[in-house]
Design a protein. Structure first.
Length: 209
């Protein structure tokens, strides 16, 4: 991976965007489906979820917005379209299924924004861009699940909507470390800054304008 990263840089990729003046934390789809044994979406993401919880707590103490996303389908999942057909296990997110619920210890609090979506990106078919613009947010610290799926799609769309995406590597997880690392490398080369938890925390400590 290090050789590929160097090749990207040598060919004009992986410039730094940096954090802007008004960051928020975007928590992508951290829910029971990824942490419940027997779930078709179960993944080894406990460390990532713990790191996300630390970042969320720090953001709240500093007064920065925290935005949660969740996937939700009507019974029958017709509103999932071709995405639902491509990934049958998305039935886990039908209304009433406990697998789609937020974690007890990592759930939205009063004042947090919750974005309900049917597709991978937090921006697709939602009001997220308008919400960020209204709050003058210019930077998203992206955490959540999974790195190769909804995290990647949301970070890419953040860039395309004019927001600085900083993907917090420690606070994202996937089904396999190879998927996680490969997607972080490619995101860092083309669509986002990939940062560690310490750098993300530091970005939240800067004074807001």
């Amino acid at each position: 991976m290090s050789d590929l990263a160097e090749d990207y840089r040598r060919h004009g990729f992986a410039a730094r965007l940096g954090a802007g003046e008004r960051p928020a934390v975007l928590v992508v789809d951290i829910c029971a489906a990824y942490l419940t044994d027997g779930s078709p979406l179960r993944a080894p993401v406990e460390a990532a979820v713990a790191a996300a919880a630390r970042l969320i707590g720090h953001a709240r103490t500093r007064g920065h917005p925290v935005i949660f996303t969740r996937v939700s389908y009507r019974p029958g999942s017709a509103d999932g379209g071709l995405f639902r057909r491509k990934v049958p296990s998305l039935t886990a997110f039908e209304e009433g299924n406990p697998l789609g619920e937020f974690l007890t210890h990592l759930a939205p609090e009063p004042g947090d924004v919750v974005v309900t979506k049917q597709y991978a990106s937090a921006f697709h078919g939602t009001s997220l861009s308008a919400t960020l613009t209204a709050q003058r947010i210019d930077t998203l610290l992206v955490t959540g699940l999974t790195t190769s799926g909804c995290v990647r799609a949301s970070a890419t769309d953040a860039l395309q909507h004019g927001f600085r995406p900083l993907v917090v590597a420690d606070a994202c997880g996937d089904r396999d470390p190879r998927l996680h690392e490969a997607n972080l490398l490619d995101l860092d080369a083309k669509y986002a800054d990939v940062v560690d938890l310490a750098a993300a925390t530091s970005a939240l400590d800067r004074p807001q304008n």
